[in-house]
Design a protein around this ligand. Structure first.
Ligand SMILES: [Fe+2]
Ligand SMILES: [Fe+2]
Length: 351
């Protein structure tokens, strides 16, 4: 049996009634946001559980907090002296240190990589994938002969990142997207640095890890909540704080100063100022190509038009600034073509 809906409390003007309701709702939301901020400000290093991830707020509070409140809350995780980034297998860091030294033998490299049979197997698989020519590789020595130490180090990082950094419980679809974005940006950054004639040793690694603040933040939330909030609730806030979070993680891993600087400044590009590293404009161009070629964090809309407020976007004009800084004007077509080709191979490996 159908029942009639209850009459509005102001039958003469239901619209006014509706707007009062909306205003009350907005006020309640703002009050909750303020209360949350007060609660956060009241947290000190002496608060039990501070910085260990044990000091958490309810799911509802994530949803009610405004983007800037949430941003601060999330940053407090990374600013805490107790924060620990995800553990990386030693071999990635050992190999990175080794590749800085002169006169390193292939045997030294093999000894480091072989310590982890699972990583070795994945490295060999990737070394014979279409990304590296698609020819069979018999051993690590064989891969080294073909690729050299620096490229093998990058390849090990790609394997390690896929195993450890892009696996976050409860956030699998967005992490898959992040992995694709990071992998494309790494290969594109390497291509751009080469074409720009920059001896950028860390172009690939910076591309691979540039948005690591996203993974680190989702990982911290996922570990500390039995029912983590929907990614869309968090996007705007993470978008604004991932640069600082990623810089903090890189520092804690003990990565080189240049890599930490690039990750911690990868969206900071200003026409008037010298960039923090030449790799900042390199990443800006790489990310632009990622968006253009469908490797952005957000899926490219069907109409092909990129939204200005898309996630992880560089502000208008930054791409042109980066192209100018790197003097790539006449090389852009070749770069785009090489990056598109790398993108197709990445999709094949990913498939
Ligand atoms: Fe990015
Ligand atoms: Fe980013």
């Amino acid at each position: 049996m159908r029942t009639n809906p209850p009459p509005p409390s102001n039958p003469k003007n239901p619209a006014a009634d509706k707007s009062k309701l909306a205003a009350d709702k907005a006020k309640a939301k703002a009050d909750k946001g303020k209360a949350l901020m007060n609660e956060l400000r009241a947290v000190t290093k002496e608060t039990p559980g501070y910085g260990t991830g044990n000091y958490t707020l309810d799911l509802d509070e994530y949803e009610l907090a405004g983007s800037s409140d949430l941003q601060l809350k999330l940053l407090s995780i990374f600013r805490s002296p107790q924060y620990k980034p995800p553990v990386l297998p030693n071999i990635a860091l050992e190999l990175t240190d080794l590749s800085k030294k002169q006169n390193v033998s292939y045997d030294d490299v093999v000894r480091v990589v072989e310590k982890d049979p699972m990583i070795t197997a994945s490295v060999l698989k990737l070394a014979q994938s279409p990304l590296y020519g698609g020819r069979p590789v018999q051993s690590l020595k064989d891969a080294l002969n073909r690729l050299g130490i620096a490229t093998l180090r990058d390849l090990v990082w790609q394997v390690v990142a896929n195993m450890r950094l892009f696996r976050v419980r409860n956030y699998a679809p967005i992490m898959e997207r992040m992995q694709l974005h990071a992998t494309f940006t790494a290969y594109a950054a390497r291509i751009i640095a080469q074409k720009a004639g920059i001896a950028a040793e860390h172009a690939f690694l910076c591309g691979l890890l540039h948005d690591i603040g996203w993974s680190g933040t989702l990982l911290a939330i996922s570990e500390n909540n039995s029912k983590p909030p929907e990614p869309k609730t968090l996007f705007a806030a993470i978008d604004k704080m991932h640069v600082e979070a990623g810089g903090a993680m890189a520092k804690l891993w003990g990565l080189s100063q240049e890599i930490c600087t690039v990750i911690g400044n990868h969206h900071h590009l200003d026409k008037q100022r010298k960039p923090a590293s030449v790799l900042v404009p390199v990443l800006c161009v790489a990310e632009h190509l990622a968006d253009e070629l469908g490797f952005g964090i957000e899926i490219k809309p069907d109409d092909g038009i990129l939204r200005r407020d898309r996630i992880d976007a560089n502000l208008d004009g930054r791409f042109d600034t980066a192209v100018g800084m790197l003097k790539l004007e006449t090389k852009l077509d070749a770069i785009r073509e090489a990056a598109a080709e790398a993108g197709q191979r990445i999709r094949k490996v990913d498939a």
